[in-house]
Design a protein around this ligand. Structure first.
Ligand code: BV8
Ligand code: ZN
Length: 256
């Protein structure tokens, strides 16, 4: 009886197209707290309090204080073995689309580090919830490089050089629509993949959590890596109880 990891490895190796969906769990071993786990990001705060447009309208200073803290925290973290193995697999095989719910930029860093002088594009993730490492104007939508945020008072919060409106982190908040074209790209990748590898997500947040169902809907299979069960476990062909940095390199390592 070959074990689940070997079966998963063979499915990923034999796939002609694969899509990977990651959540906060893939960055846990890099030191980025997850949202809902022990010591999770949301623990001290409730998502409704901070990751919503209403919260930003009500108290932009508090919201920026939280995001500035997360930006500093993520800046001190590095991609882990799972980010690196996925980037190398995407670069080597050219058959992988990485879709992430994370806004920490670690997949992109792993892609650039793995590519070296080569073009990292095929390993760059589709970031369905945006990026903590980019600012967006709350008035005219202009994107810009992240500024150092002084969240000590409303007066010191960053403003758009073009229209003067408050800047915000370029992430998708609860109750906000995901970028149409970004979601369409992620949906197309899921709908044309033979295998969807789901790593480190509680599969609670939609529409991202329903992407693996798009792979299954046209006959593809779902493989899950998570220390715990999730709503996707019952639709997974194989669900491996383990951590990202421990399991993912084994599944997509050198020959997959
Ligand atoms: C939308 C960016 C529709 C910001 C995020 C009621 C009111 C309002 C909305 C809703 C509602 N009910 C439902 C909704 C829709 C809502 C939603 O799904 N809510 C859920 C909570 C019920 N969705 C939305 O609002 C989305 N937009 O639906 O618009 C619409 C329609 C019409 C008109 C207008 C709008 C937008 C959702 C995007 C929210 N933004 N992030 C930021 O980061 O600050 S979501 C946030 O949660 C992160 O992106 C995170 O990635 C995501 C999901 O969490 P996970 O990644 O899964 O992380 P989590 O901690 O939950 O789980 C970690 C997992 O890893 C666990 O399973 C754990 O076991 C595992 N793990 C731990 N360690 C490891 C590990 N795995 C592997 N290795 C390890 N070492
Ligand atoms: Zn502006």
């Amino acid at each position: 009886m070959i074990d689940a990891a070997t079966r998963a490895r063979d499915l990923l190796h034999d796939a002609s197209a694969a899509v990977v969906l990651t959540g906060a769990g893939v960055s846990a071993e890099s030191g980025v707290p997850t949202f809902r786990g022990p010591g999770g990001l949301w623990k001290e705060f409730r998502p409704e309090d901070l990751a919503t447009p209403e919260a930003f309208a009500r108290d932009p200073r508090l919201v920026w204080e939280w995001y500035a803290w997360r930006r500093t925290l993520v800046g001190a973290c590095a991609p882990n073995a799972a980010h690196r193995a996925l980037a190398e697999w995407a670069l080597r095989s050219g058959k992988v689309t990485i879709v992430t719910q994370n806004v920490d930029g670690l997949h992109a860093r792993a892609a650039r580090e793995a590519a070296g002088e080569a073009d990292p594009t095929v390993a760059l993730p589709i970031e369905v919830h945006g990026s903590l490492l980019r600012d967006r104007c709350s008035g005219c939508d202009a994107r810009s490089e992240p500024v150092t945020v002084d969240a000590t008072s409303l007066a010191t919060l960053p403003r758009c050089v073009r229209c003067g409106a408050l800047l915000r982190p370029d992430v998708v908040w609860f109750g906000e629509m995901l970028d149409e074209s970004v979601l369409a790209r992620a949906g197309a990748a899921a709908a044309t993949a033979d295998v969807c590898l789901v790593v480190g997500t509680s599969a609670l947040v939609h529409p991202a959590a329903s992407l693996p169902l798009r792979t299954r809907a046209h006959g593809g299979v779902v493989i899950e890596v998570n220390p715990e069960e999730t709503p996707l476990t019952r639709v997974a062909e194989i669900s491996i109880r383990g951590t990202a940095a421990e399991i993912v390199p084994m599944l997509v390592g050198l020959t997959a």
